[in-house]
Design a protein around this ligand. Structure first.
Ligand SMILES: Nc1nc2c(ncn2[C@@H]2O[C@H](COP(=O)(O)OP(=O)(O)OP(=O)(O)O)[C@@H](O)[C@H]2O)c(=O)[nH]1
Ligand SMILES: [Mg+2]
Length: 202
């Protein structure tokens, strides 16, 4: 009886909170992705003009509520000197989104280098990873399978984590729901390894 009541209490008054880290080179589209996510999933959020997003120097935060799950996002600056700050957030993260600019062939190796450094950090062992091939709206961009091909030789570094590659246009808002659904399912699948933080609904 007690278990039943406490389960009901939890269902009514508590949320499972997860933290999602959004990383990738500067100009990849991380902040645009976060703003688009807030616009699509928060009924009360007044979407900003996405073409006005400027380069991130510190940290952008955002959250969305999906039933009894709250996803908190940390969107960090991707410039080289700011990448040094990424690892401060690894221990608290439940999922990773690594954003790639699919239209930028010149910087794809640089992107892969930053990815390799991140993914081999021990603090992130087992944390689910979504590799996001962004800017799919641009003519001549790399397709999702092109991006997969570029990152294929990093597969052995992923370990046993849940991972996938998806294509989006953060600017146009295409493919957003699939990505958020995947994040939600993957953090739940990994909850024994990285349990959510349980917070009272306010
Ligand atoms: N065409 C197109 N442009 C995009 C897309 N996503 C982002 N952009 C543009 O790419 C540029 C960089 O976007 P940001 O969201 O600021 O990139 P960021 O990864 O947050 O960059 P930093 O904060 O410097 O690390 C902006 O001009 C965006 O409008 C997309 O899906 N399609
Ligand atoms: Mg940014």
């Amino acid at each position: 009886m007690f278990a039943l009541l406490s389960g009901l209490w939890k269902y009514l008054f508590q949320k499972d909170e997860y933290f999602v880290l959004i990383l990738g080179l500067d100009n990849a589209g991380k902040t645009t992705y976060l703003e688009q996510t807030k616009t699509k999933f928060n009924k009360k959020h007044k979407g900003m003009n996405l073409t006005k997003v400027t380069s991130t120097v510190g940290l952008n935060i955002g959250k969305i509520d999906l039933g009894h799950i709250r996803l908190n996002f940390w969107d960090l600056g991707g410039q080289e000197e700011l990448q040094l700050l990424w690892d401060k957030y690894y221990a608290e993260s439940h999922a990773l989104i690594f954003v790639v600019d699919s239209s930028d062939r010149e910087r794809i190796d640089e992107s892969k280098e930053a990815f390799n450094k991140m993914i081999t950090n021990e603090t992130l062992t087992g944390v689910p990873l979504l590799l996001l091939a962004n800017k799919q709206d641009l003519d001549g961009c790399m397709s999702v399978s092109d991006v997969k091909g570029v990152f294929r030789d990093t597969a052995h570094k992923l370990g046993r984590r849940d991972h996938t590659v998806m294509g989006v246009s953060a600017l146009m808002g295409n493919g957003m729901h699939e990505t958020i659904n995947w994040i939600m399912e993957s953090v739940k699948r990994n909850e024994l390894e990285r349990p959510p933080i349980q917070k009272d609904i306010t």
